[in-house]
Design a protein around this ligand. Structure first.
Ligand code: NDP
Length: 312
């Protein structure tokens, strides 16, 4: 296997990874960053980002990520395509395998691998993958112009996806398992402005049907209760917006995580229990999960890496 030695390895290319690369680059750590499965991270699948400081008129997700990427490149970060497929953090230097074919030995490691959209776990989600099932409205909404779609979830993401789809589709059903939305007030207000969005509270999707693609969803209202009601709702597209799973699997043998997989870090810092290994952004953040908080923790991780190296 090909081998390479580096001083600072960053895995992930969301706001955390790129910000870490900007700071590590400016500190002359010659950072090497692997961009992972989705270069630019989750924000590349968002339309408008309205709450990132410095953009009073908002900015599109892909443009924001491209700006961060170019800023990292400007300070000499070595940005590469590739996915971290294995880790050996048992001793220093730490070892990360890229694409199962190259091993990077690094003195410091910044894990900024983010999180991935969750699915319900229905067999039908796999059956109809790419045939009507999606976890990204901004990626796939275009295919549902003037059609009928359902969005699962009751959080900010679900509302955002529903509002986005309402601009394209003829009708959007929001399937919420509880009697209330979890989303913030501002998102709920935006939802209410769209007459073609109908919220179906206390509804669970239990399956999908259709000949060549999704033609409908099997629904259960008030599941498990005496007045439980099962029925089928014709739809053309089924969108998941039920939260995310942190991408920490390859590090789990060496680092502590919570039960979902979020990496434990020392309070207020990106320090993990291993010296020189830092976790930044959504992979370590079950609470805030914002671009700006991810960027801030990426900054902290690079500063910590610099301090760790100079203390050695
Ligand atoms: P959340 O965890 O906030 O919400 C997930 C939603 O999915 C909840 O309504 C939950 O239901 C539902 N859900 C989870 N599992 C299932 C299941 N198996 N079946 C049915 N429903 C399920 O995730 P989000 O992705 O919405 O948001 C994550 C974070 O990102 C939040 O902090 C949010 O505020 C933020 N965000 C902010 C935005 C903005 O400000 N513009 C945009 C998007 C996200 P239940 O309520 O019953 O648990």
């Amino acid at each position: 296997m090909e081998k390479e030695k580096v001083t600072c390895l960053i895995i992930g290319s969301g706001p955390a990874g790129y910000t870490a690369a900007i700071y590590a680059g400016r500190a002359n750590l010659s950072p090497v960053l692997y961009e992972g499965l989705q270069p630019g991270g989750q924000l590349t699948t968002t339309t408008e980002v309205e709450n990132f400081p410095g953009y009073p008129d908002g900015v599109s997700g892909p443009v924001l990520m491209d700006d961060l990427r170019r800023q990292a490149e400007r300070f000499g970060a070595d940005l590469r395509y590739g996915i971290a497929t294995a880790s050996d953090l048992g001793a220093t230097p730490y070892k990360i395998t890229i694409d199962d074919e190259k091993e990077i030995e690094t003195e410091t490691l910044i894990i900024a691998t983010g999180a991935t959209a969750k699915y319900l776990g229905l067999e039908d989600e796999k059956t109809y993958a790419g045939m009507g099932v999606s976890a990204c409205a901004t990626c796939d909404g275009f295919f549902y112009k003037k059609k009928t779609v359902a969005v699962v979830g009751g959080g900010d993401t679900a509302c955002e996806e529903a509002v986005y789809l309402a601009g394209l589709a003829a009708k959007v059903y929001l399937l919420v398992r509880k009697p209330a939305l979890r989303a913030s007030k501002i998102m709920q207000e935006r939802l209410a402005k769209h007459p073609n969005i109908e919220v179906l509270y206390e509804h669970n999707a239990v399956g999908l049907y259709g000949e060549k693609g999704v033609e409908g969803v099997h629904l259960v209202r008030r599941m498990g209760e005496a007045d439980e009601h099962r029925y089928d709702l014709p739809i053309d597209g089924f969108f998941l917006a039920i939260g995310h799973q942190p991408n920490s699997a390859i590090f789990k043998p060496y680092l502590e995580t919570d039960e979902t997989g979020y990496i434990h870090t020392e309070a207020g810092t990106p320090r993990t229990k291993l010296p020189g290994v830092f976790a930044a952004g959504d992979v370590a953040d079950p609470h805030y999960r914002q671009a700006i908080t991810a960027a801030a923790s990426g900054c902290k991780a690079a500063l910590e890496a610099e301090r760790y190296l100079s203390s050695k």
